[in-house]
Write a protein that binds this ligand. Structure first.
Ligand SMILES: Nc1ncnc2c1ncn2[C@@H]1O[C@H](COP(=O)(O)OP(=O)(O)OP(=O)(O)O)[C@@H](O)[C@H]1O
Length: 263
């Protein structure tokens, strides 16, 4: 059971957005995507979610070509949190979160759906916003409501009542530091408890090191490196990728290292 990108290339006009990307998203693993602005990270997420089709290569979802899935079948299998700024809904925050359960309405009892909605709202710290209109929420609040919607989609009582793939496009962007951690902790918890294959585009090296099992580094549309976090988060590779000096400070009495950056 994997979401697999096979030799993906994307060309739009004269621009090569992605070049020969091979990547696999596995159950119970949290994959972080790192890379500079404009590297192609969101494009890759759109390819994996089926929002965009590659120019070359293919995506397979549980061994079936992604392009064979109809939208409703796809919604049962994968949950996507796009960058929140792209979205506007004339509904309450609770109604937006409830959209995450739409694909399973005929498969679950209203009670089970309601439980998933409440749990996802609690994990994303948006219960106090439930009755407010989504359109008037702040950027960070909208972001957390979107996370709750995607999480609700992954929270069923049985395998066929939840999406097994969770794709998050910069879930921490615009959030205060406590909520950045809360959001990543919620995604991590979901990955552990429901075996959800999770992908998140991140910009913070320390958060990537703390929450992700695996890291893929994208630069100029190409996959620079992919593998276990400890192996891939090499200061030399990171310095070259981000064109700045990345150093690692080893904390005494701790297995954790802190990444610091300077130009
Ligand atoms: N529809 C499109 N037509 C033409 N170029 C595009 C299109 N979508 C994206 N691009 C270009 O492709 C490149 C990669 O964009 P993408 O959004 O995937 O980058 P990213 O790595 O997610 O960047 P960021 O960290 O800034 O969000 C950018 O140069 C962008 O301008």
């Amino acid at each position: 059971m994997t979401l697999k990108a096979n030799s993906i290339s994307v060309r739009i006009g004269q621009s090569l957005l992605l070049q020969d990307i091979n990547l696999e998203l596995k159950p119970g693993r949290f994959l972080g995507i790192l890379g500079p602005n404009g590297a192609g990270k969101s494009t890759l997420l759109k390819i994996l979610s089926g929002e965009m089709s590659p120019t070359h290569g293919s995506v397979e979802l549980d061994q079936i070509p992604l392009k064979r899935f109809k939208e409703d079948a796809l919604a049962k299998r994968r949950a996507v949190m796009p960058q929140a700024s792209q979205l506007a809904f004339p509904f309450s925050a609770r109604a937006v979160v409830a959209m995450g359960r739409w694909p399973y309405e005929s498969l679950c009892t209203p009670f089970a759906n309601q439980k998933a909605i409440e749990k996802a709202m609690a994990l994303s710290d948006v219960r106090h916003l439930a009755e407010r209109s989504y359109s008037v929420l702040s950027g960070g609040e909208k972001q957390r409501v979107q996370l709750a919607r995607a999480l609700a989609q992954t929270m069923g009582r049985a395998e066929d009542q939840e999406a097994k793939y969770l794709l998050l496009d910069e879930p921490t962007a615009g959030l205060d530091i406590a909520h950045q951690h809360a959001v990543l902790k919620a995604a991590r918890q979901q990955c552990n408890k429901h075996n959800t294959a999770t992908l998140a585009i991140l910009h913070d090296l320390n958060q990537a090191a703390l929450y992700c099992d695996d890291i893929a580094i994208i630069s100029n549309g190409s996959l620079v490196n992919v593998g276990p976090t400890k192996v891939v988060m090499d200061t030399e590779i990171l310095s070259k990728t981000f064109n700045c000096k990345v150093t690692k400070i080893h904390e005494p009495h701790s297995t954790l290292a802190i990444f610091t950056t300077s130009l």
